[in-house]
Design a protein around this ligand. Structure first.
Ligand code: B12
Length: 238
C-alpha cells in the first residue's frame, strides 16, 4: 500500500490512541532514515520508503499498564515482567489496530542470531524525532580520554525517564517524500524549521496522534546539558 501523509498520520493516530492510554508514545519514521546511518549488518531488511513507528514507554506505564498487568498475571513463573507487560500491550495494539496487516514488531531486548540487537533503539528514537541521541562524538571536550563512552537519548519532556521499547515496521506501507522533508529539516536544522530550541514533537503540520504527543512534549528540557553530563558520568562509573 502506498501511503500519503494522511495515511501515515492515521496509522500513527490509531496506535497512539490505543497505546497512549497505557503509558506509551509513538513516533513515525522512514526505514531509510534509520538504515542510512548504519552498516549493512545492522540495517533493517525493508525498503527505504517503508513506514516504521518507534514506541517509547513513559513513567505512566507503571500505573496504567504494569500494575494492572501484575494484578492480573501474578508473580508466579514470570521473568522480565516489564518486558512481558510491554509485549502484551504492543502486540494487542497491533492486532486490534491492524488486523491481518503485515507488521514486523521488534522489541528492544530481542537479539538476532548474530547476537546483535534486532534494532538500535537509540538511533531509531533519534531519527523519528522522539528523543535526541547524544553520542560520544557530540562532546567536544572528552575528559575520559580513550575510554569507551555509551551515548544516551534525552527526551524533551522526560529527560532520561523513559525507555525505547519497540520498533514496528509496516512492510506494506510506503511513504512519499513530501512527509519526510519537514521532519528531517526539524531534526537536523531546528532553527531553519522555525524552532528556537530542539523540540521533536512540535513538528508543524502533523495532526492526530502526533498532536497529542506534541502537546505532551511541549515543555522543553531546560537542563539538557546538565542531564547529559550526569548521564555520561554515570556511564563512566559503570
Ligand atoms: C547492549 C545494550 C547494553 C550493553 C552495552 C551498552 C551499549 N550501549 O552498547 C550494557 C549491558 C552494558 C547496557 C547497559 C545499560 N543500558 Co543498554 N542497551 C543495550 C541495547 C540492547 C543495544 C545497544 C547496542 O548494542 N548498541 C550497538 C552500538 C554499536 O550502537 P551505537 O553505539 O549507538 O552506534 C551506532 C550509532 O552510532 C549509529 N550511528 C552512526 N552514525 C550516526 C549518526 C546519528 C545522527 C545517529 C542517530 C546514529 C548514528 O551507528 C552505530 C552502529 O554502527 C539497547 C537496546 C537496543 N535494542 O538498542 C539498550 C539501551 C541502549 N540501554 C539502555 C539503558 C537504559 C542501559 C542502562 C542505563 C541500564 C541500567 N539501568 O543499568 C545501562 C547503562 C550503561 C552505560 N554505561 O551507559 C537504554 C538507553 C536509553 C536511553 N535513554 O538512551 C536502551 C536504548 C534500552 C531501552 N530499552 O531504552 N546496555
Amino acid at each position: 500500500m502506498a501511503a500519503s501523509t494522511a495515511n501515515v498520520e492515521s496509522i500513527t493516530a490509531l496506535l497512539d490512541n490505543y497505546l497512549s492510554k497505557v503509558g506509551f508514545e509513538v513516533y513515525p519514521l522512514k526505514v531509510g532514515w534509520y538504515n542510512s546511518l548504519l552498516p549493512s549488518t545492522l540495517r533493517l531488511a525493508h525498503p527505504d520508503d517503508c513506514l516504521a513507528v518507534v514506541v517509547l514507554s513513559t513513567p505512566a506505564l507503571f500505573e496504567q499498564a504494569f500494575l494492572p498487568f501484575m494484578e492480573e498475571r501474578g508473580c508466579q513463573g514470570l521473568s522480565d515482567p516489564i518486558d512481558q507487560c510491554v509485549k502484551r500491550c504492543v502486540s494487542s495494539a497491533v492486532s486490534q489496530c491492524f488486523p491481518g496487516q503485515e507488521v514486523d514488531v521488534r522489541y528492544d531486548y530481542e537479539l538476532l542470531p548474530s547476537r546483535k540487537p534486532k534494532f538500535l533503539a537509540q538511533t531509531a528514537a533519534h531519527v523519528s524525532g522522539a528523543a535526541y541521541y547524544y553520542q560520544q562524538s557530540d562532546v567536544k571536550d572528552q575528559p575520559w580520554a580513550e575510554k569507551k563512552m555509551f551515548g544516551v537519548c534525552v527526551h524533551p519532556r522526560f529527560g532520561g525517564w523513559f525507555a525505547i521499547r519497540a520498533l514496528l515496521v509496516f512492510g506494506g506501507v510506503t511513504v512519499g517524500s513530501e512527509w519526510c522533508s519537514l521532519l528531517l529539516l526539524t531534526v537536523c536544522h531546528p532553527e531553519r524549521a522555525g524552532f528556537s530550541c530542539w523540540r521533536p514533537s512540535t513538528i508543524a503540520g502533523r495532526t492526530g496522534a502526533t498532536e497529542t504527543s506534541s502537546a505532551r512534549s511541549r515543555s522543553t528540557l531546560r537542563n539538557k546539558k546538565t542531564t547529559l553530563q550526569l548521564l555520561l558520568l554515570s556511564g563512566l562509573l559503570c
